[in-house]
Design a protein around this ligand. Sequence first.
Ligand SMILES: [Zn+2]
Length: 232
Amino acid sequence: MTFHQSSCIKISDTKICPHCTAPTLIKNGFTANQKQQFYCKTCTKRCIDFYTSEGCRKEINANIITLIKEGMGIRSIARVLGISTSTLLKRIVFISKGVQSPPISSGQIYEVDEMRTFLRHKGKVIWIVYALDRINKNVISFAVGSRTKKTLNQVIKTVILSNPKRIYTDGLIHYKFLIHNTIHKVTRFGTNRIERKNLSLRTQLKRLNRRSICFSKSLLVLNAVLRIYFWL
Ligand SMILES: [Zn+2]
């Protein structure tokens, strides 16, 4: 899937390709709306002179990222930006595919916790498990699923691979079987930082708002939004 980043830039009589900035555009028939379409001989992508659809604007992806992190839901972002919800959802998934998980340094102290939310309807409870670096407050790994060893292990595996100094968790029994007791700690106030992060998440992501009618309808989009929030 490619998105048009901007319309063609016209300098004197030579048109420049908005994708690769080479002056190698040639006319290539008309679009369904009877607009002249151009074809780039260098990058083989197509473009038109002026885009009227809001979804094609250059700054739209940056705006989507900002608004997601400011506690806005799908429908409110779509209304503010003037694009459809289906375009928005596609974009969110597209943006998240380009997000890399951060590099992890060894010998750090981590806190791991689970957070409760809903998927599709309020009857279906789902958990977000994530690991927070105690010093620099970065989320190094997360997983969404039921509150089982399988979901927890997706996060714990990544943390243990980084050779951590200590892992703080709450008293959930599953952790005992997943983390070796030399690095595992369950103490009072041990997970204070991640509990505080939970509150930030509940404020800054609409779908995690507390006691609300907001929740994700799809696991794909929930994962995409979390990737964007944590690592972009
Ligand atoms: Zn080009």
